[in-house]
Design a protein around this ligand. Structure first.
Ligand code: ZN
Length: 111
């Protein structure tokens, strides 16, 4: 193989690997949108809380989990695609119903 062709193959391989990694990350961020809150370690308690003085973690507001970066975007894009598909179905249904319906009779040439 000539060196130029070998370089192209290497670049293609790299690109494919990057794309696969990106797709894997996108799916994982969609399926698991939350991660452990780093500040409280997933407990939801503010550091320094005792039995007497208890406070919720500010970052996760006591849930112990925070949203992963990119999960909002992933869910939004999936939602927008799905709503676009639903709109398309609705348009199709409306068109079909319109075709099936009989045209209204004119009122002026009634006997
Ligand atoms: Zn927290």
């Amino acid at each position: 193989m000539p060196p130029a062709a070998r370089r192209v193959t290497a670049v293609t391989g790299l690109l494919l690997t990057a794309l696969t990694a990106l797709a894997t990350w996108a799916v994982s961020v969609y399926v698991y949108p939350f991660r452990h809150c780093g500040r409280c370690g997933g407990t939801g308690r503010k550091k320094g809380s005792t039995r007497r003085r208890f406070d919720l973690c500010r970052r996760c507001s006591g849930t112990g989990r925070v949203q992963r970066i990119g999960s909002r975007a992933a869910h939004r894009s999936v939602l927008s695609v799905r709503s676009e598909m639903a709109r398309e179905r609705q348009r199709h249904r409306a068109r079909k119903a319109d075709e099936r319906s009989t045209p209204p009779r004119r009122l002026d040439n009634r006997p």
